[in-house]
Design a protein around this ligand. Sequence first.
Ligand SMILES: *[C@@H]1O[C@H](CO)[C@@H](O)[C@H](O)[C@H]1NC(C)=O
Ligand SMILES: *[C@@H]1O[C@H](CO)[C@@H](O)[C@H](O)[C@H]1NC(C)=O
Ligand SMILES: *[C@@H]1O[C@H](CO)[C@@H](O)[C@H](O)[C@H]1NC(C)=O
Ligand SMILES: *[C@@H]1O[C@H](CO)[C@@H](O)[C@H](O)[C@H]1NC(C)=O
Ligand SMILES: *[C@@H]1O[C@H](CO)[C@@H](O)[C@H](O)[C@H]1NC(C)=O
Length: 349
Amino acid sequence: MKCLFALFFTAPIVNCVQYPWTFDNDLFGGPDFWGLLHGDWRMCTSGQMQSPVNIDPAHLLFDPNLTNMVVDNNVVEAVFENTGQLPMVTVKDTPARPTINITGGPGMPYRYKLHQITVHFGRADEGEKGSEHTVDRVRFPAEVQLLAYNSDLYANFSVAMTSPRGLLAIAVIVDIGPQTSVELRRLTVASQSIIYKGMKANVSHLQPALLLPRTSQYVTYEGSLTYPGCHETVTWVIMNNPIYITKEDLQIWNELQKTESKSSEPSFMTPAYRPLRSLNGRLLRTNINVGYRESSSASCPSNIYVEMGYRANPARTKRNDSLPKRTIRASEVFEIDDIRPVNEAYDSF
Ligand SMILES: *[C@@H]1O[C@H](CO)[C@@H](O)[C@H](O)[C@H]1NC(C)=O
Ligand SMILES: *[C@@H]1O[C@H](CO)[C@@H](O)[C@H](O)[C@H]1NC(C)=O
Ligand SMILES: *[C@@H]1O[C@H](CO)[C@@H](O)[C@H](O)[C@H]1NC(C)=O
Ligand SMILES: *[C@@H]1O[C@H](CO)[C@@H](O)[C@H](O)[C@H]1NC(C)=O
Ligand SMILES: *[C@@H]1O[C@H](CO)[C@@H](O)[C@H](O)[C@H]1NC(C)=O
């Protein structure tokens, strides 16, 4: 293991301090330093295919060969843990309760098994949004990620994580809505049992497929894990619709802390997202067949906003922090049109 101080001092260091990594860039150990913290994490700094990235609707490439993904609808058992950096669900895979398969889509022709679910968020009370991926530079309140490993090629997640075509990650953007999606609500409640670092909770009846929005549309690109070691083995799938959480429930995630026990100066987990990484010429492929309508006016060069599922909360335009780049009137762009009954189940998508 590399010692951090060795980078700055040539004298032999006897007591090498192991710096914990954090998402907080104000701290040593923050995202800018991940690549220096550990010899196996150099990709975090030197990698050129890193995640997360901004999804620019103007640069999507329609790929007619991208098929729909099939995500098993089974109930799984899982352990929910506060790692000190993130709330992380590890899905169990036992003969009695196998984990779910993810097939089709950009992972083709391989079969992937769900292993991990992470939740990313910002300091909600300060208005900070914490999705990792942004859509046209708009950051959303939170993001749920389902990470699966290639079970055709690899024995488990840890081997796949560092191997070619090892992982598939589904990113689900979370926006503010009048009700929290049922499965996200269950995780929200469970998060109250893992306030401090190292705490774990059993989640016995999780139905991960219900964390997905009801759409088959997505954007995909080749990227990396968004936490150390940032291995560039991840095929990302960004679903083209958000799921929803209430302001109150989002606030509950903000109570998670980085320390192992209560301290007089609570050290909150937020921010819990990695800053954007540059695309470096990677393709953003999509199965959204974007139509360019004849009726488009000259001032509206692309209809992609209209076709894209991401239409932000109207409140955001009032706060004027989204700054749409294009010459589309904000009122045409930002509208919520996809709130579905939260308890509506579906088989596949
Ligand atoms: C898409 O699939 C068809 C049929 O399998 C194949 O002929 C075609 O070359 C593929 N196109 C691309 C862009 O891969
Ligand atoms: C996932 O795929 C494997 C291999 O085909 C199969 O044995 C298993 O039953 C599938 N899991 C579920 C939950 O359907
Ligand atoms: C993953 O698989 C590898 C190779 O089969 C094995 O050495 C390792 O112990 C496994 N890791 C876990 C966490 O099961
Ligand atoms: C979680 O389940 C495991 C075995 O399934 C059990 O040993 C453990 O005590 C449980 N933990 C909690 C907090 O209930
Ligand atoms: C939003 O920001 C833009 C650019 O800074 C500015 O021109 C515009 O007046 C602002 N709109 C509102 C409603 O504050």
